[in-house]
Design a protein around this ligand. Structure first.
Ligand SMILES: [Zn+2]
Length: 604
């Protein structure tokens, strides 16, 4: 096709595609005037800066700068090439797509990817067919034993890879797709030429991406053998750190339920699905990653970690904490009773037991802290150990620096140490090789909120009383910030309102004076409206933070009461905590929500 008709087709597709519908499938969008807003799927954030404009048909994130039209979104979000995205949208919105010429390189990449998807689809159907064969008896028995009914087996296209080195290899050779099967990770190259089957004597679960294409497989061994679970290796379309088993099939249920259960294994997931609980996903034999959490954030505001009470399950729950905190997604932990997995729990106690566990699940950060406090106690020595373990969890989860900082600041104040100590695991600031340190980022993010509050009040002292009433003194703990606040209170207490700044500078010590002068000189002129809006947002944050702090204090007292065996006091405190209810505004600690700086160049 020539370039003019191609341009025309692209235009038609962009016009026909409903960008709100396409984006809204994977990002929770809320109407805001003429636009829609949501949490950006391309970077970590807790307050929405991702905007979709339905009239002009584009999206833009004011946080990370991603932006573009519906095609750009589909390419970026679903990891599609331009022709793939164009084709998918054209098909979906009924636009005829003439064949077009691609550059040889483009064509090759495109072909390789389509071949991999095609051979995966072929393998899935082949394995599925084989599950009814005579050699799959053990696999069928296993499914029956795990309580997976035929409807689920068929809907999820579960299959069986026979105990053979060249079952699939032979079939693919016959169809001329041996190379593609090797690229798909289905078969493995032999050292002296030829290939052999990767999945042998395994029950196989096809894995779909967010666009519904089969990107790989997860196979469970039948009988003895290692490894118990085998996944497709990384290929041009498969990355287990970025995909979740069950997400594509269960996404509507997840969206409807408003929460997503995260279980450990494929069978756990299918047992729940078989029992009618469909808002569930499972990581593919890997620990939860930042990408997973970000992916889920597009479908739900709450993750329920639904793991075994064994050591591995607890460890996995702990590891999820920095990721969820960092992504600003609410997370709770429901630990299965000792010796149970979802299947046995369902069998013995029914779906009500699952719902009950979910309702009673505890907040993830509190769960982590309480577990550590139980183990180590809250003596000085205990706190040191807790800090060391939290630091370890953080390093293992390896979240991005901002997430690490949020995690650290969340726990550091409870331990009476600096976030920096928690991150580095040492008393002194440590500089990582390479210059860019996590602690540097922590410093920026951690006192950021405090700094914003204090700076705002220095520039707009007329708001001081409001903030004091809202409990700012209880929330701010840094000594310097406390000192400045005190100075500010004194300076605004008497005399001319216009001379507050003069009195402030006069009362301050040399260090603080330098800081205050720099700040006042650099302060941008804000309109009263802007200042009022910033104040409102900060007061809302303050309220959440205060609530969180009070809850934390109660938790600490509860642990203390438990420790000293004072059951009456313990119950009283627990009731008090329950009465306080959940956080206003739910999601998290609300780090980085507002800045008193100039408003962003909002779209017109
Ligand atoms: Zn963004």
């Amino acid at each position: 096709m020539d370039s003019i008709s191609r341009e025309e087709t692209v235009r038609q597709v962009k016009e026909a595609a409903d960008i709100i519908e396409v984006v809204g499938e994977v990002v929770r969008l809320v109407r805001a005037g003429a636009h829609y807003k949501g949490l950006c799927p391309f970077h970590s954030e807790k307050t929405p800066s991702f905007t979709v404009n339905p009239q002009r048909r584009f999206f833009r994130c004011y946080g990370c700068g991603e932006g573009g039209d519906v095609l750009d979104f589909v390419m970026k979000y679903h990891s599609m090439t331009f022709p793939e995205a164009l084709k998918a949208l054209a098909q979906r919105y009924g636009v005829d797509l003439p064949e077009r010429k691609m550059s040889p390189r483009e064509k090759k990449k495109q072909d390789e990817r389509s071949e991999v998807f095609a051979v995966n689809a072929f393998a899935a159907e082949t394995f599925h067919g084989r599950l009814s064969g005579p050699d799959a008896e053990a696999a069928r028995a296993h499914l029956a034993e795990r309580g997976i009914p035929d409807e689920v087996v068929s809907a999820w296209r579960l299959g069986f890879a026979p105990d053979s080195w060249d079952f699939l290899t032979g079939l693919c050779r016959g169809r001329g797709c041996e190379e593609a099967a090797a690229r798909a990770g289905l078969i493995v190259e032999r050292r002296n030429g030829g290939h052999y089957d990767r999945f042998r004597n395994r029950l196989v679960f096809p894995v779909h991406d967010t666009a519904g294409r089969i990107i790989g497989f997860s196979g469970r061994i039948m009988g003895e053998g290692e490894p118990k679970y085998l996944n497709t290796p990384e290929t041009i379309v498969f990355d287990k750190g970025k995909n979740l088993f069950g997400l594509h099939k269960n996404r509507e249920a997840i969206r409807k339920a408003g929460r997503c259960l995260l279980v450990e294994g494929n069978f756990d997931l299918l047992s729940l699905v078989a029992a009618g609980i469909e808002n569930v996903v499972a990581p593919l034999g890997t620990a939860l990653t930042r990408s997973h959490v970000r992916l889920l954030k597009g479908y739900t505001g709450e993750i329920i970690i639904f793991f075994d009470g064994d050591a591995a399950g607890l460890k996995a729950a702990m590891r999820a904490a920095p990721l969820c905190l960092g992504e600003g997604i609410a997370a709770r932990v429901a630990i299965l009773p000792q010796g149970h997995d979802p299947d046995t729990l369902l069998r013995e106690h029914g779906t009500d037991a699952v719902h009950e566990l979910v309702e009673q699940a505890s907040d993830l950060p509190e769960f982590v802290f309480d577990r550590l406090a139980e183990t180590h106690g809250l003596s000085v020595d205990g706190k040191t150990r807790i800090a060391a373990e939290l630091g370890q969890i953080l390093r293992e989860a390896d979240p991005d620096p901002a997430a690490a900082a949020i995690f650290a600041s969340h726990f550091a104040s409870r331990l009476g140490i600096t976030a920096d100590m928690l991150i580095t695991g040492r008393g002194k600031k440590a500089r990582a090789p390479g210059g860019k340190t996590v602690s540097a980022a922590a410093e920026k993010t951690l006192p950021l909120k405090t700094r914003q509050l204090v700076e705002f009040l220095i520039i707009f002292p007329e708001y001081l009383q409001k903030f004091i009433k809202a409990g700012i003194e209880e929330v701010i703990q840094e000594s310097r910030a406390q000192r400045i606040l005190e100075l500010l209170v004194r300076a605004s207490g008497s005399g001319e309102p216009d001379a507050v700044h003069d009195r402030l500078l006069e009362a301050a010590g040399p260090d603080d004076r330098e800081y205050l002068t720099a700040l006042l000189v650099a302060a941008p002129d804000s309109s009263p409206d802007e200042a009022g809006k910033a104040a409102e947002e900060m007061l809302a944050w303050l309220e959440r933070e205060l609530h969180r702090k009070r809850q934390e204090e109660l938790t600490r007292q509860i642990i203390e009461a438990q420790r000293s065996g004072d059951h009456a006091r313990c119950l009283e405190l627990m009731e008090k905590k329950r009465m306080m209810g959940r956080l206003p505004g739910a999601a998290g600690t609300g780090e980085g929500t507002v800045t008193p700086r100039r408003p962003q160049g909002e779209e017109k």
